[in-house]
Design a protein around this ligand. Structure first.
Ligand code: UDP
Ligand code: MG
Length: 140
């Protein structure tokens, strides 16, 4: 996979709170092109698999429960320097520390329920894209 892609999820809190449209508008308006997208729901098992790297962390159980608590929007986004620029756009994990105007500053409610996911490396972006999408579902 090219290194100009990242994987995002609009998490169950933001979907429940009616923020799909606002968040997608901010992503696209910031120069990210949607090359794959689906409205879906993670089972507990799939949420646990997606966040397996955090298995030993104290928040893992809550994270898995939260991420499987309702529908999400998963998308692959394309832009130069996608991973880093998207992390800047979403802001810090803890919305209390997220820069003003970032997606998490605007839409997140807590460090756990923080509205969106963004990949942390090109390697994980590729793994996470293939977690959610078949190659035939990505339109570069
Ligand atoms: N998380 C949490 N408590 C914490 C840290 C993280 O509930 O103290 C959740 C939160 O939803 C976060 C996810 O676990 O987005 C993954 O954590 P990570 O450190 O990878 O943050 P991110 O990459 O999402 O900013
Ligand atoms: Mg992370």
């Amino acid at each position: 996979m090219a290194t100009n892609r990242t994987l995002t999820m609009i998490k169950p809190d933001a979907v429940r709170n009616g923020h799909i449209g606002g968040i997608l508008e901010q992503m696209v308006g910031s120069g990210f092109k949607i090359i794959a997208m689906k409205y879906t729901k993670l089972s507990k098992e799939k949420a646990g698999e997606f966040y397996a790297v955090h298995k030993e962390r104290p928040f893992y159980g809550e994270l898995v429960d939260f991420m499987s608590s309702g529908p999400i929007v998963a998308a692959v986004l394309e832009k130069d320097n996608a991973v880093e620029d998207f992390r800047t756009l979403i802001g810090s994990t803890n919305p209390a520390e997220a820069a003003p105007g970032t997606i998490r500053a605007k839409y997140a409610t807590s460090i756990g329920e923080n509205a969106v996911h963004g990949s942390d490396s090109d390697e994980n972006a590729a793994l996470e894209a293939s977690f959610h999408f078949a190659a035939t579902e990505i339109f570069a």
